[in-house]
Design a protein around this ligand. Structure first.
Ligand code: PGA
Length: 255
C-alpha cells in the first residue's frame, strides 16, 4: 500500500523479501515503459534481494535488459575492478552475469582511474548522451548518505571524488577483512546528478535505518542529511520493510 509524505510515495512492506519484490516490480514496470532508458544502479546489502528478483523476472521471460543502458552510482577509490568488494564485482555477481544486458551499455566508474577528474567528467558526459537517468535506484547510509555523498555543509553537484566519513568506513568494514582495508575515498555521482534522474526508487531495510528514514522524510532539508534533498524531487518512491518504517509509523501514527 502506498502513502504519501509531501511529494514522496512511501510503500511499507512486511519484510525484506516483500520489499525486494515490490522494488523489482517498480523497476520492471519502468523498463516495460522505457525499454531503452538509462537505469542507475546502487550497491550495498539492501538491493541484493531486488537484484535476485530481477534475475528471476528475466529467467521467467518477464523482463528484457537488452536495450537498457546502466550507470552505477559509485565505486570505491582506489580499488581494482576484480576485487571482491569493488562495486563492479558486486554488480557482476548480483546482476550483470545473469541477465541479457548489452555489455557495451554497462557503465561503472573506474576505481583505478589515473585522472579522477577526467573519469568523473567523462561519466557525466556519458549520462548526458544517454539522455539522463530514467530511474535511479538508491540505498541510504545510516548517516543519510546517498551514493557516497556524505553529510556535509553543502550539497554536491556532479560526479566527483569524495572522502568517506568514519561512520561509513565503520559501516562498510563488515565487508572487508579488516577496517584498515576499507578505501578512504570513492568516486560518486553527486547530489545534483541524482536529483537530475527522472524517477528515483530508494530502498531501506532494518531497524538501524528507521531514524535516518524519518530524518530524510520528515526533517529539514539540509546537506547534513544528504538524502533529505529528495523531498524536493517530484518523482520519488521509498520502499521500506516494517522495521525501517518504525520511526515514521510512530511519528505519523501509521498502522
Ligand atoms: P547498505 O548500504 O545497503 O549496505 O545498508 C546502503 C548505503 O550505504 O547506501
Amino acid at each position: 500500500m502506498f502513502q504519501k509524505i509531501g511529494n514522496i510515495k512511501i510503500c511499507i512492506e512486511k519484510d525484506y523479501e516483500a520489499m525486494s519484490l515490490r522494488a523489482a516490480d517498480i523497476f520492471a514496470d519502468c523498463v516495460a515503459q522505457n525499454s531503452n532508458g538509462a537505469y542507475g544502479f546502487a550497491t550495498g546489502s539492501t538491493p541484493v534481494g531486488m537484484y535476485k528478483a530481477l534475475v528471476e523476472k528475466y529467467k521467467n521471460g518477464k523482463l528484457d535488459f537488452s536495450q537498457i543502458t546502466t550507470f552505477n552510482l559509485d565505486e570505491y577509490y582506489p580499488i581494482k575492478g576484480d576485487h571482491d568488494q569493488s562495486y563492479r564485482y558486486f554488480m557482476e555477481q548480483n546482476l550483470f552475469n545473469h541477465v541479457n544486458l548489452d555489455k557495451s551499455k554497462i557503465n561503472l566508474l573506474n576505481g583505478q582511474a589515473e585522472d579522477t577528474i577526467l573519469e568523473c567528467k567523462a561519466y557525466d558526459h556519458k549520462i548526458g548522451i544517454a539522455g539522463g537517468i530514467t530511474l535511479q535506484i538508491l540505498g541510504i547510509g545510516t548517516n543519510g548518505h546517498i551514493g557516497f555523498n556524505e553529510p556535509n555543509d553543502y550539497f554536491s553537484g556532479k560526479t566527483g571524488i569524495v572522502d568517506l566519513t568514519e561512520n561509513t568506513i565503520n559501516d562498510n568494514a563488515r565487508f572487508f577483512e579488516s577496517r584498515a582495508q576499507v578505501p578512504c575515498q570513492a568516486l560518486s555521482m553527486g547530489i545534483g546528478s541524482i536529483m537530475s534522474a527522472k524517477e528515483i526508487l530508494l530502498l531501506a531495510a532494518g531497524a538501524n535505518k528507521s531514524k535516518i528514514i524519518a530524518d530524510m522524510l520528515l526533517g529539514r532539508v539540509m546537506p547534513q542529511v544528504p538524502a533529505s534533498i529528495l523531498q524536493f524531487h517530484q518523482h520519488v518512491t521509498v520502499v521500506l520493510d516494517t522495521p525501517a518504517a518504525e520511526d515514521i509509523r510512530l511519528m505519523l501514527g501509521y498502522q
